[in-house]
Design a protein around this ligand. Structure first.
Ligand SMILES: [Zn+2]
Length: 122
């Protein structure tokens, strides 16, 4: 997974407070993603990896256990809820990308200040 790898190689070198917040968000997001596919959000039944591949399975909408019992109105509601969740997830990813950018900028500014100090001491 790209984000986790990036965190391990780039950000773990610097244990500043900003990076700690970043680490926490990644683990929260990671947990949510795993959870999405372990349980049917429509009927709350646990879903196996095989059932996820079943054509009756739709993330957040139906699974082999409940696809017969949901009426079109319910389906539409579940689909809309899933759409909102995907949107929220995308917004969250944008926040994380912004955090990485801010952490990098802070590091650059710090290096610049150090260079400035050593220049003045010479
Ligand atoms: Zn279900």
């Amino acid at each position: 997974m790209g984000l986790i790898q990036f965190k391990d190689t780039e950000l773990n070198r610097d244990k500043s407070r900003d990076c700690f917040v970043f680490d926490q968000r990644v683990s929260v997001k990671h947990g949510l993603e795993v959870g999405d596919y372990d349980m049917c959000h429509a009927c709350r039944m646990p879903v196996s990896q095989d059932e996820v591949k079943d054509e009756r399975f739709a993330v957040g909408v139906s699974c082999p256990h409940c696809h017969d019992t949901t009426d079109p109105q319910q389906r539409a509601r579940f689909e809309e809820r899933q759409r909102q969740m995907e949107l929220a997830k995308k917004r969250n990813e944008t926040h994380i990308a912004a955090d990485v950018g801010a952490a990098k900028a802070a590091k650059r500014a710090e290096k610049e200040a150090q260079r400035e100090r050593s220049r003045r001491e010479r």
